[in-house]
Design a protein around this ligand. Structure first.
Ligand SMILES: [Zn+2]
Length: 357
């Protein structure tokens, strides 16, 4: 029986072990998509009684729907461009990257495009593709969404066709799904998708009040319809809102007042200190690991005393830095001890931050 307990390992040993497992998994993934590509070419899934390779991957390989989709796409791309196998194995490309790239790869661009995508996140690759293969702007559409239809009964399929994906010799196509019983309805998240250089598509759902505000903004601006200038209205509104948020959160203003005389014993961080710290730290957590990795967090940042206030640290630009909550708490535990912080604050976020402050 395999042990899934790693409490005996040191932090560094545990990280090394996790990296070794991830490397093994990447090699397995490359081998699996090679197998799937060959099974696809021989159409073994049909012989095995499945209407599509997609259904075969779910039934025989126990992959999830999304994972089956990705593996099939990657298998077909890798069969056309075998460099993909090695790139997946050594971690230069993840499966999501291959899925994004697949539709754009040609004999002429494959080498360069695969190289450009190496080590990039999914969103970064979407930007790369938008620059190289720009799409036109989307039309602005404001539509009322009808009430959701009642969910289908168990076993009842949607009208989608049931047929296997194209064999590997054809151009890669998205697997054709027989749609499973609908999952519980979730509120879709807004999507921002790169379209072309400096152009993005935004898709979201708004409530009635927002729709009314949008219409009123257009009326006040003298625009003929409630959708004719949505991007301009959105940008103008966001500029005002972001300026207000900056003022609230980081005391940012175009017309800073000179710093007033302050008590050196005060826990309060003056606005001019917050502004200077925010600009110096680039609006990003400043924590750097022992291995040189700087934390990438930009939201929920806190002003942290380098030398803790509880140990006579002052609210000066030199003694204040930006930290995300996790690293503010990490410093608090390093300064005062995890047991002390647990006794004092339990899971209270404000309390933990206040001890550093
Ligand atoms: Zn951080």
């Amino acid at each position: 029986m395999h042990s899934y307990s790693f409490t005996h390992l040191s932090d560094r040993s545990l990280v090394q072990h996790a990296k070794a497992v991830a490397a093994r998994r990447r090699a397995d993934t490359a081998e699996l998509i090679a197998c799937i590509a060959e099974i696809d070419a021989r159409r073994i899934h049909v012989e095995d009684g499945y209407p599509s390779l997609y259904r075969w991957c779910i039934g025989e390989l126990r992959l999830s729907e999304q994972s089956a989709y990705k593996h099939i796409f990657a298998a077909r791309a890798a069969r056309r461009f075998p460099a993909v196998f090695a790139a997946v194995e050594d971690g230069r490309l993840h499966l999501s990257a291959v899925v994004l790239l697949a539709a754009h790869l040609t004999e002429d661009n494959a080498g360069e495009l695969l190289k450009a995508a190496e080590g990039q996140s999914k969103s970064a690759i979407e930007l790369i593709l938008a620059r190289r293969f720009p799409k036109p702007d989307l039309a602005t559409i404001l539509v009322a969404i009808p009430p959701s239809p009642p969910p289908a009964r168990a076993g009842q399929l949607s009208p989608g066709k049931v047929e296997p994906p194209s064999p590997a010799t054809e151009a890669p196509a998205a697997p054709v799904f027989d749609v499973p019983t609908p999952a519980p309805v979730e509120t879709p998240r807004p999507q921002i998708t790169p379209l072309a250089p400096e152009r993005f598509a935004l898709q979201t759902t708004i409530d009635e009040e927002t729709q009314a505000l949008l219409r009123e903004a257009h009326e006040l601006l003298g625009h003929p319809t409630a959708t004719s200038h949505v991007p301009d209205v959105l940008k103008a509104a966001l500029r005002l809102y972001v300026a207000q948020l900056r003022k609230q959160k980081f005391a940012a203003t175009d017309q800073p007042r000179p710093g007033r005389a302050r008590s050196i014993d005060s826990r309060h961080i003056p606005a001019d200190v917050k502004r200077a710290v925010w600009e110096r730290d680039g609006g990003r957590c400043t924590f750097v690991s022992d291995f040189g990795h700087r934390c990438e967090e930009r939201s929920g940042l806190e002003f942290d005393h380098v030398h803790a206030f509880a140990r006579d640290g002052r609210a000066t630009v030199g003694n204040i830095r930006l930290r995300c909550h996790a690293h503010n708490q990490f410093e608090a535990e390093r300064t005062f001890g995890a047991d002390f912080m647990s006794r004092k604050c339990g899971g209270n976020r404000q309390c933990a931050s206040a001890w550093r402050m």
